[in-house]
Design a protein around this ligand. Structure first.
Ligand SMILES: [Zn+2]
Length: 181
């Protein structure tokens, strides 16, 4: 097994380990426009961010895009979310590189269909994995979601690291998610 394969295996394991967390988050969360939930897991060499959000936060509507303007808005939002190293700037001390990303939104035809949003609403969820040479050194993430998407007003985050579990709420204009003791 190459070093790269070993790292990919570890990142995959971390993504799977984060899955029950995000399932829990989905059970707990309310679909509130303007709010995003992030679960950050710092595990071995990986930092995995699981995001749950109403679709409205990113594009201003919650149905499959029909008009050209709606299609453009959806494409632009997805492109911004895929450039996740711009949206989640992890503490440089951890020396992280963006790894696998998974986006899920039934309305946009991304990923597997999943129940969750209330009738007449839609979600866009994502999992963003980063490979780091020193993941435990990370003490903050500068979150670009407020800057990128004007519909986002509040971010409720939970961070799980070797140091413990932290809960944080970010409101504009504070975009730094920090959890050092
Ligand atoms: Zn909604």
């Amino acid at each position: 097994m190459s070093f790269k394969q070993a790292i990919e295996g570890i990142v995959l394991a971390a993504m799977l380990a984060a899955a029950p967390l995000s399932a829990m988050a989905q059970a707990e969360r309310a679909h509130v426009h303007g709010q995003i939930k992030l679960d950050v897991a710092i595990d071995g060499p990986a930092i995995v961010i699981a995001m749950a959000s109403p679709l409205d936060n990113f594009i201003g509507f919650e149905h499959a895009p029909k008009t050209d303007a709606e299609k453009k808005a959806a494409e632009a939002a997805v492109a911004q979310l895929r450039a996740a190293d711009q949206l989640f700037k992890i503490d440089p001390a951890a020396n992280c590189k963006l790894g696998p990303i998974a986006l899920q939104s039934t309305a946009l035809g991304l990923g597997k269909a999943e129940p969750g949003a209330p009738e007449g609403h839609a979600d866009l969820d994502g999992t963003f994995a980063f490979n780091c040479t020193n993941a435990p050194a990370a003490k903050f993430i500068d979150v670009g979601l407020f800057a990128a998407f004007k519909g986002v007003r509040q971010i409720d985050a939970q961070i799980v690291s070797q140091e413990g579990q932290f809960k944080r709420t970010l409101k504009r204009p504070n975009a730094r998610l920090a959890w050092s003791k």
